[in-house]
Design a protein around this ligand. Sequence first.
Ligand code: PMP
Length: 400
Amino acid sequence: MKRQRLHAALSDIDQQHLTRRRTTVDGFVEPGNRVVTAVDGRTLVDFSSNDYLGLAHHPAVAAAMSECALRYGAGSGASHLVTGHGIEHARLEEELAAFVGRERALLFSTGYMANLGVVTTLAGRGELVLLDRLSHASIIDGALLSGARFKRYTHADANAAERMLEESSEDVTVLATDGVFSMDGDIAPLSQLAKACKAHNAWLVVDDAHGIGILGDTGRGSVEQAHLTPEDVPALVGTLGKAFGSFGAFVAGSRDLIEFLIQKARPYIYTTALPQPVAAATRKALEIAQREPWRRERVLALTTRFRKAAREARIPLLDSNTPIQPIMLGSSQAALQAQQELLDEGFRVIAIRAPTVPRGSERLRVTFSAAHTEEQVDALVEKLSQLRARYQTLCETESE
Ligand code: PMP
């Protein structure tokens, strides 16, 4: 873009009600309770964070981070392959591999980079990558950067994916999908995708950013919930900045897969290693998440409570049983207005607009945390129910 165009481009974004603005959290009203935050001097209940298990502010997690910082320093000083790989990284990788039942796990600085790393390493020029139409941006960017051609199948439609696998004249190397879709909260048809990938000898990459720590009998995520084995899902991505309340991500898989990523994945190789205190905090969070299954049970119970009350209040819901509960508004303007009205009542619920979601499916993205109270959830439903009376689109949206 020419320099002179920049200002006009910003105006265009604004006219479409698509300007993104940051709000700055300037404190937590109750220390240790992330859901009650202070923004611009106001107290708000946060219903948009991904801190599903309420671990981001856990005193033991924060203590693990600060103790490690005093011992090993705040920064790792170099990339993993130079001198940045530390004992906390090594231990966390072992613990994550054990947690998800894989031979090895490899830490990445972010989930965005983990997806770039795994897709670019497994796919390349002359090959084909298949993606769900609602795949996370980082999966799409991985496919773009890989140099492979990529096609997107209808959202969560395993039959469509299977047809693409069968009919494609090119070699499909990778099929990548979110486990839980970040904006809709629904779960990918993993069993059927796994079967189809096996039959066509394609890598199934599952990004379980929003499932890990929450779903399945023991919180191992959407892959556990679907009763799939490491053989079924040979490349599993998990993020650590959501249910585990810290930061970073990992890819888990066979010894060879991880070794290959260490040799080839540029987003792993050419970046400074995650600070060790972050790894130490994650280790503590992982330990607490396993020791306290009530966190998982609680966030799911709050989700069920919300859905029941929302149905009674005739608030249209999508077909999601995860802590991600979108409320469709249908336009950027309506979504922003609803966000503002909720803000005025003390609720921090963020409007999600294009291009993060397709045009016409603008929404409020409501998420729950084990740290919410029943009263906070009920109060949100009450307010949404008042909004429903005024937002036509909210009433017209298909319910389940
Ligand atoms: N995958 C999905 C499905 C996500 O929702 C996100 C984060 N929003 C990421 C990957 C990226 O993870 P991170 O924030 O650690 O970069």
